[in-house]
Design a protein around this ligand. Structure first.
Ligand code: ATP
Length: 312
């Protein structure tokens, strides 16, 4: 086991405990997402693992060795772990290439230059090698920080919201190159996100945090199909949460229904179309059924006012 958190307790203040008995295991070479709403504790957990915060109780182990946290390290941060947080900590007056090569030895300069070029390609910044970070956007600086973190070949890489500042088309390319690179090098990756769908195809495992509690950990497909509660299902995008009374009324086996799980049929529950809007690969529809509104996705515009619905 690469990383183990055992009975971890942590609080910033005496009044409120953030983590109360967190247990977590991450295997070598895995890509794991830490997901949850803003404020649930994702960044804090990454900082604890990296060794920037002292925990009050429990153990964090890397390769079966207990980590000591800040009180055990003169230089903040664990040697075999790298964290790219929201502050990128780049050298503003050194070029992008110098920043990425900061931790690579100068003994074999040709090899070093090749490695820097390869890492810049992974993060799609090869055209910016001679720029200064202070002239780059936040998203570009973030990518340089990721390349620099990869350069030391950590056993464990922690990325705090790595795609938050990047536009869609670049995000698509970056995530594929980044995830392929860490898999090829057998680097374990924990990535915090509140946009699970953005990273889902590459995940080995998904961990969901709710107000400091680790509420679900499994393969993403399992969690998507069997979310522990409506908080979890809402992390996958739009979801219809029905009350227990509505569940009984429609004779259903669960409360949360993704829009694609409700379809228009010839013989079902009568419903009324309130809105039907083009939304790219589907039509987004607001439907009224038994005095409540549902969102459903269809592959055609719903023009009839009266329809019938089935929960699949
Ligand atoms: N330095 C601090 N002192 C006191 N409380 C803090 C501190 N940093 C964070 N917190 C609190 O701890 C909780 C968890 O914060 P954290 O930043 O870990 O959440 P997060 O899930 O990463 O949120 P986001 O997605 O918005 O970055 C929040 O309630 C936050 O207000």
């Amino acid at each position: 086991m690469l990383l183990e958190l055992n009975k971890l307790h942590f609080s910033y203040t005496q009044e409120k405990k953030l983590f109360n008995n967190i247990n977590l295991k991450v295997d070598e070479g895995r890509i794991v997402a830490l997901a949850g709403e803003s404020g649930c504790g994702k960044s804090t957990l990454l900082k604890l693992i990296y060794g920037l915060l002292d925990w009050q109780e429990g153990d964090i182990m890397l390769d079966a060795i207990k980590l000591q946290g800040p009180k055990g390290n003169i230089v903040p941060g664990e040697e075999n772990i790298k964290l790219v947080a929201q502050d990128y900590d780049l050298m503003p007056y050194a070029t992008v290439a110098e920043n990425v090569g900061k931790f690579i030895s100068n003994i074999h300069l040709v090899d070093k230059n090749d490695e820097v070029a390869k890492l810049l390609d992974v993060v799609g910044m090869q055209d910016f090698a001679n720029e200064l970070p202070k002239n780059l956007s936040g998203g570009q600086q973030q990518r340089i920080a990721i390349a620099r973190a990869l350069s030391v070949m950590p056993k464990l890489l922690l990325l705090d919201e790595p795609f938050s500042n990047i536009d869609f088309s670049r995000k698509i390319i970056l995530r594929e190159k980044l995830f392929n690179y860490v898999k090829e090098k057998n680097i374990s990756l924990i990535i915090s996100t509140h946009e699970i769908l953005e990273v889902m195809p590459w995940l080995d495992e998904l961990i969901v945090l709710q107000e400091g509690r680790l509420i679900q950990k499994d393969k993403p497909e399992e969690i998507f199909k069997n979310p522990y509660n409506s908080y979890v299902s809402a992390l996958f995008g739009e979801v219809n949460i029905l009350s227990d009374e509505e569940k009984i009324l429609f004779n259903l086996h669960k409360n949360s229904w993704y829009p694609h799980e409700i379809s228009v049929v010839d013989d079902g529950f009568p419903a009324e179309v309130l809105e039907s809007r083009f939304s790219g690969s589907f039509f987004w529809n607001k439907i009224k059924i038994e005095n409540r509104n549902l969102i459903i996705y269809t592959n055609r515009e719903l023009k009839d006012e009266k329809i019938q619905l089935q929960f699949n």
